[in-house]
Design a protein around this ligand. Structure first.
Ligand SMILES: [Zn+2]
Length: 235
């Protein structure tokens, strides 16, 4: 009778023990696999496999609220009352042919996307491009920031009404705060400044939604995907 009881208890415990063994095997497999992946893929894959929220990169740390949330060394970009012509965001901040390392491409390369699977908190779209490429305003407006700004590197922000266009990691800035720029004007040259792992333009579009609130919009909604080459989130 006792042995029957033992057998029943073992049968009840078996699925649980299998579960524990499976979990341990899974964790060991993950721990062995992740270091083999390229550096840029590691955080995304770790997050996916273990469902651990990743520390927020300072470029992307702007979490959608005002206040003191700006990472160290980052200046707060204010909103002005400016409303003027050409307030419709359209087209691309750079045009082909563009150079990326030693290769030339007919169209700009679209790298890490807005909320990219590899970069889920990414607040804009990245365009990998050789430093020194002219960067154009995709909206006419007032320059509300034109200076170095912590993780953004050399940053230009153009505002018109409730919209701001952010152009980050620039090499050179060709505008000054308070200046009114027209659509398509060159505002600076692309670079690799601030928190940037390779030469690229970070392009962000921010919409004011209230007194102290805003949202980042997907820049892909403002240009034609036929005008870019899908490059992927690599550098
Ligand atoms: Zn970016």
């Amino acid at each position: 009778m006792k042995s029957v009881l033992k057998f029943v208890m073992f049968m009840m415990a078996a699925p649980f023990l299998c579960g524990v063994a499976f979990l341990m095997g899974y964790v060991i497999l993950v721990a062995l696999t992740i270091p083999q992946l390229p550096v840029w893929a590691q955080p995304g894959v770790t997050e996916w496999l273990l469902d651990i929220p990743q520390p927020v990169d300072s470029e992307i740390g702007d979490n959608g609220t005002y206040g003191d949330s700006a990472p160290a060394g980052q200046g707060r970009v204010e909103w002005s009352d400016y409303v003027g012509p050409d307030g419709v965001i359209r087209g691309l901040p750079l045009w082909g042919p563009i150079r990326h390392w030693s290769n030339w491409h007919d169209k700009p390369l679209l790298g890490c996307l807005f909320h990219d699977p590899f970069y889920s908190n990414h607040t804009g779209a990245d365009f990998p491009v050789y430093p020194g490429t002219p960067i154009h305003a995709t909206m006419g407006g007032e320059v509300v920031w034109a200076d170095y700004n912590g993780p953004w590197g050399n940053l230009v922000v153009i505002q018109n009404g409730d919209y701001q266009v952010w152009l980050a990691h620039l090499d050179a800035i060709h505008v000054v705060p308070g200046q009114i720029v027209g659509y398509d004007d060159v505002i600076g040259l692309s670079g690799n400044t601030g928190n940037s792992s390779g030469p690229h333009l970070h392009y962000g579009i921010k919409q004011r939604t209230g007194e102290d609130t805003y949202v980042w919009l997907n820049p892909q909604l403002f240009f034609d995907l036929n005008d870019v080459i899908n490059f992927g989130c690599s550098d």
